[in-house]
Ligand binder design. Structure first.
Ligand code: GLC
Length: 723
């Protein structure tokens, strides 16, 4: 008998011995006695089934203090799946160290609209780049013995009314854009879990979307793991479990879920006088539901939908117990696959990941513009300016928040690096603000243009005028639960513009969740996009400012000149009308839109300067491997991301003018040359044919375009692609 057969028999036997109450216990969340896990499935002691602990999140383990990694979009800006694998492994190690089995990461929803409040938690506007990073991260997490979770399945690309909206997406954009990374996560990275999103797609809530949860995920892609709901996303237990949802989280009303004492909901519930005859949960639901803000989860006070409703459906014969068995088995199979069932996993390797966090932050830093002021050449004086220049931007608000063990802010990082002979002054120039938290507006506590802004800006201008270089650190303040404006909060734009006028040289450091407007872009000397750099913020910034490393990043999302330049500007497309989000733009998101609509971006997808210079040789294509020789013609090492795009020569069907098909991030020493070979993916040049329900190659003639960005072409060659 093979191991698999033995394992199957064992699990079947275990399933047979479980009572229905024990089965229902295994398909929904419960209270973690240690109050560390984000989600918890209590074990079944009678049969030695251990508990299963689930923990956020993509930028660090949300249980006690942990490494505060840079935002996912910063990792994406490195264009390096191997680095993503390292980051994933570190997440998995730290989760295991904290007794957690499942990491609720990576988030891989596409940046369909730049306003997405969780842009910092996702990777890119492009499905190929997103897929490569998602696969790397999942493989990394699971290499550490933890279970990765591909989230949020699918099309959770806006926070505005995320619990209510239904995304109407045609089959081709659904397949060619939104499902791509999830398909790679299952078919290539073999993710152990997939998280069903809050939103609906084409008329069905994702937690009840049988076509996508079972038809596509299971029957087409062969997913054998567990589909877990987002927190309080399920609302109809019997329908959801039939559709393919296996595990309901958190499985209890928010009033029973362990909340930090500081959480406003906890304080409100604790303030409710206890009336013995009415359960506090009922009272909380009655009193608080009417006051829940529009962006709050409407199901917060629901009891589990996988407990009594499922039990009643079974008793009434409306639900077959074999459907429950199916979900229980998937959980046991996944726990067995990852060694949780017998707790026979190797001890997690201890890890200090501070160096890795710093490396990712450096690699994700994008040099958008530079007139030569960078790298700094030991200036006599530097004025550090910005509302939060003395605070590291570890992350944004919401479930991805991490309590970083230690942080370095921009001021501290520059002071440490500049050395004693450089005078470093500091002026905030603007009201500082707290990191937004989910549920509170990102702009709570901000005094826009109050008496503080004007006066403070004058002080910053004075400091800038007295220094060789002014470094202005600006930031936005995004959080899960709300979408983000595309401009810097408060008076930061005015701050930058006025400092730029007064300063001899002005460097702007932007810490944003994603694309942001830069009305001052033409009046400053250099711009760095650092996203949310994590705990190593100041150290990585100093590394780049002083040239100790090359800024390795390239834009994973297009920066438009104006909000109107982006796709989906019609209200029906975003944020939707009557909770229907019509994906009118179809395939034309991100650079696909800018190119097909012939709109010039402020900074294009894939853009980023290096301190070095690169010369490209001729492009050749052998079979489906693209080769090009790249030389670093500078006298210092540098990082380059060689990008490969496909332009269709014929368009027998509607298709974007150009699509990313491959890339490689490389580092070259001064004068070093390397021939880079990039394999085109198996489905290069394919489109999804909804009528055939399959991928097809209606056109076979393409141009392979090699470049430094989607618009900075360095060579091309013809290729024929047909299957
Ligand atoms: C949140 C998020 C999800 C997170 C989960 C648990 O609302 O949507 O990404 O993993 O709930 O915190």
């Amino acid at each position: 008998m093979s191991n698999t057969d033995a394992s199957d028999d064992r699990l079947d036997s275990l399933l047979d011995r479980l009572t229905i109450d024990e089965k229902l216990r295994l398909i929904r969340g419960g209270v973690d006695p240690e109050e560390r896990a984000t989600g918890y499935v209590p074990g079944i002691d009678r049969l030695d089934v251990p508990a299963l602990s689930l923990v956020d999140g993509p930028m660090g383990v949300r249980a006690g203090t942990a490494t505060g990694f840079p935002a996912s979009i910063a990792l994406a800006a490195s264009w390096d799946p191997d680095l993503a694998r390292e980051a994933g492994r570190a997440l998995g190690i730290e989760a295991r160290e904290k007794g957690q089995d499942v990491v609720l990461a990576p988030g891989m929803n596409l940046l369909r609209v730049p306003q997405c409040g969780r842009a910092f938690e996702y990777y890119s506007e492009d499905p190929h780049l997103t897929s490569r990073l998602a696969v790397g991260t999942i493989e990394g997490i699971q290499s550490a013995g933890a279970i990765a979770t591909a989230k949020h399945f699918v099309a959770n690309s806006q926070e505005e009314r995320r619990f209510h909206v239904d995304h109407r997406i045609d089959e081709r954009p659904l397949r060619e854009l939104y499902l791509r990374a999830f398909e790679a996560s299952v078919r290539e990275a073999d993710a152990g879990m997939v998280m069903a999103a809050y939103n609906g797609v084409n008329g069905d809530p994702m937690t009840e979307n049988e076509r996508l949860l079972t038809g596509v995920l299971r029957e087409e892609w062969g997913f054998e793991g567990v589909v877990v709901s987002d927190w309080w996303a399920a609302t109809d237990g019997p329908r959801a479990i039939e559709a393919g949802l296996d595990l309901e989280m958190p499985g209890m009303p928010v009033s029973e879920w362990h909340l930090s004492e500081s959480n406003p909901i906890t304080r409100l519930i604790d303030a409710i006088p206890y009336w013995g005859w009415l359960p506090r949960q009922t009272l909380a639901r009655l009193l608080m539901t009417p006051w829940l803000p529009d962006h709050a989860n409407p199901n917060l006070f629901d009891a589990s939908h996988f407990d009594r409703p499922v039990r009643e459906a079974l008793d009434a014969g409306r639900l077959d117990e074999r459907v429950v068995d199916r979900s229980v088995r998937r959980l046991l199979v996944t726990m067995d696959r990852f060694g949780v069932l017998d707790d026979d996993r190797p001890e997690p390797a201890a890890g200090d990941h501070a160096t890795l966090a710093r490396r990712i932050a450096r690699r994700g830093t994008v040099l958008l513009d530079n007139d030569g002021v960078l790298p700094l050449d030991d200036p006599d004086s530097i004025a550090m300016i910005g509302p939060n220049v003395d605070r590291a931007k570890v992350g944004g608000g919401g479930s991805s928040a991490v309590d970083a063990a230690s942080t370095t802010d921009p001021l501290g990082g520059v002071r440490d690096r500049a050395g004693a002979e450089t005078r470093v002054t500091v002026e905030q120039g603007h009201e500082s603000f707290e990191t937004a938290t989910m549920g509170a507006s990102p702009f709570d506590g901000l005094d826009f243009g109050g008496e503080g802004a004007g006066g403070r800006i004058d002080d910053a201008v004075a400091a800038a005028s007295e220094a060789d270089v002014a470094v202005v650190v600006v930031q936005d303040n995004a959080t899960e639960g709300e979408d983000r404006p595309l401009w810097l909060p408060g008076e930061q734009d005015q701050l930058v513009s006025r400092v730029a006028t007064a300063a001899e040289q002005c460097v702007v450091v932007v810490r944003s969740a994603g694309p942001i407007a830069m009305p001052w872009a033409d009046s400053v000397d250099a711009i760095l996009a650092c996203w949310y750099p994590g705990q190593a913020d100041g150290r990585a910034l100093a590394d780049v400012l002083f040239g100790d490393c090359d800024p390795g990043g390239r834009l994973p999302a297009t920066f438009g000149r104006r909000p109107a330049d982006y796709p989906a500007t019609d209200p029906a497309a975003y944020p939707g009308i009557d909770d229907v989000v019509s994906h009118e733009e179809g395939l034309a998101i991100g650079y696909r839109h800018f190119q097909s609509a012939d709109v010039e971006p402020l900074y294009p997808f894939g853009h980023g300067h290096s301190y070095a210079d690169f010369a490209y040789g001729d492009v050749s294509v052998d079979e489906e491997t693209v080769e090009v020789t790249v030389e670093n013609t500078a006298d210092r090492s540098g990082r380059e991301v060689v990008q490969v795009y496909l332009d269709p020569r014929d368009r027998s069907v509607e298709r974007p003018p150009r699509e990313l098909a491959g890339f490689e991030a490389i580092e070259l020493g001064a004068g070093e040359s390397r021939t880079v070979a990039i394999d085109l993916p198996d489905r290069a040049g394919a489109v999804y044919d909804p009528d055939a329900g399959a991928w097809a190659w209606p056109d076979d003639r393409f141009e392979v375009v090699v470049g430094r960005s989607v618009t900075d072409e360095r060579g091309r060659a013809e290729v024929r692609l047909r299957r």
